[in-house]
Structure formats: C-alpha cells, structure tokens
Ligand binder design. Structure first.
Ligand code: SP5
Ligand code: ZN
Length: 365
C-alpha cells in the first residue's frame, strides 16, 4: 500500500513530554515483566505520520479544569503528587521500589460497606485509585499524562475551530481510566476529555467510537448515564478471558438518561477483518441514528494481527476501511490508545487516518 503523502493537511498534535513516562514494565501476576506500553511506540507512530506528510502541531496547555470536567479531584491530585511523595518516602532508595505500584485495594471485600478513605501510608494510597498492578508511575509520568491530555483537548479544539479531522498522539493512553480510577496502562482519559471539551464548546451530541482491541471501560463509565455522549466499542470478548475482564459485555447499554447510549460489541478471539468491520459498521449505524456533531475515535491498533496484547486478527487495510466508515459520520478527533507491535504500529495509524481523511472527503463532497 502506498502511503506517501496521503496525510497532507492532517494536524497531528504531539508533545515531547509524552516520552517522559517510562513505566519500566508492569507487574503481572506478582512479577515485573518488561511491559509493552513503551516510549518507542510514540516515536514509531510519529515517524510514520511525518513520512506520510502529516503536520505536527504542539498542544495548548490547559488548566486543571479541563481534567476535572471528567475526573475527580482526588485522582488528579494523586497522579500529580504521588511520585514526589514516593521518593520523599524513600521507597526507591531504601526499599528498591523504583516505581509506584499499589499493594492493598479497598475492594468491597475489604471495606465491608464502610466508605473508602485516603490511607495514611504513602504506599497504601495508590490502591485507592489504581485498580491493577500493571500501571506503574515513575519520575516523568505526570508530565506525560498531562501532555497527553493537552494533546487530546487541542485536537478537540481544532475541530471546534473548523478542522474536519485531527489526531492526538497521546501517550500514555487513556480509555481504561475512569472518573476516579486508573489502570490498564491508562491514567487520565484523553478521549473522554476530548469528548467533554467538544460538548463544552457547543457540540450538541458527541460520539466516542472505540476500536482499541480492549473495552474502554473508563470512557464507558464517564458517560454511562448521559445521553449527550454516545459510547460504542468493538473489542475482544471479556467473557473469553480478556482485559478488562469485568466490563465490556453486550448487556451494558447505559443507565438512566444514558440508557441506549452505550453499545458494546464483543468479538471472539481470532476474529478477523470481516466480522470486525461489520461490528465497526454497526457502531457507525448507531451513531448515525443517535446523531453526532463530532466523533472522538479512540484509536487503538492492538487489534492488529501481529499485536502481542490481543488475539484479534485485523489487517491495516481493514483499519483503513474502519477509518473511512467513521470519517463519513462527522468531524473526527482521533485519540491514540493502545497498539504494541512496534513493527506495524505506524503503518496501522497511517492507514486508519488515511481512511478517516477519505471518509471526510466523501462526506463533505
Ligand atoms: C490501552 C491498552 O491497550 N491497554 C491494554 C491493557 C491490557 N493489558 C493487559 C495485560 C495483560 C498482561 N500482559 C501479558 C502480556 C503477554 N503477552
Ligand atoms: Zn488495548
């Protein structure tokens, strides 16, 4: 597939601070593994986008209010301060704990109906906000988390300013982060921040379409009881044993005013292009019926056949077609989520965004 120059005119919002997050692995089943959410992901994507002719633009810095429109103050404060507290507490120096990782979780089994409170010990605090052991925090993490949110918000602002499409190269990713909690290699929910920014800037209804291989439980939870932001996701079936395990089932369709504004399409491990594209098409049909003045595309490339984190088997050509389907709906702010095969990641991002551009051209012709 020839991709040279195909993305001329597409704004790519990017900040170098996104490289400063170095989780240095993930604790999986009690042991530290190398982890796959590495800085080289972003450089691989940036290289491919630049080669394809995209225009790199810096994000605007936003204040805390942009984050607090989606997240609880306690979570934001925790993310901003825990590394300083961790080092001040001597955890790296005295105990050899070079990254923040939770150790006690205030699950219902522990609390027995009592309300959770911020515990006194620094090392007990991460468990109040972080729901897994795979989402570590180190020296530059907060700077990257904040820069990624800035990138997403800026992509939304570009749409508000009249752009037909924009892409935020967010790292770390965001769709597993909810109003008050983080996990799944995600800290703040970049896509939800973008969607909320579009709403606040005047878009009547917004749709988030999530094509990461995993269910975006965080985004779903942010908008679950709201009708103004539709959330639709295609992902590997959690019932087949895949992260986030507890959420992402078809029976989750929204609550209260948001009833019918959430749509999950779980797919069996091994699913390839045809069934995946059919599901993406179903999400798009729902968005068309629901109505959306803008779309946030949660763009995870981990459904790729070569990806080490998911058993879906989707080609770059299918991602291009998915981009074209989504692009026909409304202006698109694409926000980077997962995708871990460094050899194909850039090609898949370019393919998807090329499709988005083609879809936008068709819709506005
Ligand atoms: C944003 C995103 O794609 N997050 C994905 C988080 C899912 N991580 C689950 C990791 C499960 C343990 N990893 C084992 C890797 C074996 N190849
Ligand atoms: Zn994923």
């Amino acid at each position: 597939m020839s991709i040279e120059g195909s993305l001329s005119g597409l704004p790519v919002v990017w900040h170098e601070d996104c490289l400063r997050h170095e989780p240095a692995g993930e604790v999986w089943l009690g042991q530290r593994d190398a982890g796959t959410e590495v800085p080289a992901r972003a450089t691989a994507i940036l290289r491919a986008l630049t080669a394809a002719g995209a225009t790199v633009v810096p994000p605007q810095a936003h204040d805390r209010d942009a984050l607090l429109a989606v997240h609880d103050q306690g979570l934001v404060d925790h993310l901003a301060t825990i590394w300083a507290d961790w080092t001040a507490g001597g955890y790296p120096r005295e105990y050899g704990r070079d990254r923040v990782v939770p150790y006690v979780f205030p699950t219902p089994a522990l609390l027995a109906g009592m309300p959770p409170r911020l515990p006194a010990a620094t090392h007990a605090q991460p468990g109040l906000y972080c729901y897994d052991t795979m989402t570590l925090i180190g020296p530059g993490s907060w700077e990257a988390i904040r820069a990624a949110a800035d990138c997403a918000r800026t992509a939304a602002a570009l749409l508000t300013g009249g752009a037909s499409a924009a892409y935020a190269l967010c790292r770390p990713p965001g769709h597993h982060a909810g109003p008050a909690g983080y996990g799944g290699s995600c800290y703040l929910n970049n896509a939800a921040i973008a969607a909320q920014a579009l709403r606040s800037a005047g878009a009547g209804t917004v749709a988030v379409i999530d094509i990461d291989a995993h269910h975006g439980n965080g985004t779903q939870s942010v908008f679950y009881d709201r009708a103004d932001v539709f959330y639709g996701s295609v992902h590997v079936d959690p019932a087949a044993g895949w992260f986030p395990h507890y959420l992402g089932f078809g029976r989750e369709t929204g609550s209260g005013a948001g009833r019918g504004s959430t749509l999950n399409i779980p797919l069996a491990p091994g699913t390839g292009d045809d069934a995946w594209l059919t599901a993406v098409g179903q999400l798009c049909d729902h968005v068309r019926a629901h109505g959306a003045e803008a779309v946030v595309l949660s763009l995870g490339l981990d459904a790729a056949a070569a990806d080490p984190e998911s058993p879906l088997q989707v080609t770059a050509a299918a991602y291009r077609q998915a981009g074209e389907l989504v692009g026909q709906l409304a202006p698109v702010a694409a926000v980077q989520e997962g995708g871990y095969d460094l050899g194909s990641l850039g090609e898949y991002v370019v393919a998807t965004l090329t499709g988005v551009q083609a879809g936008r051209a068709r819709a506005t012709a």
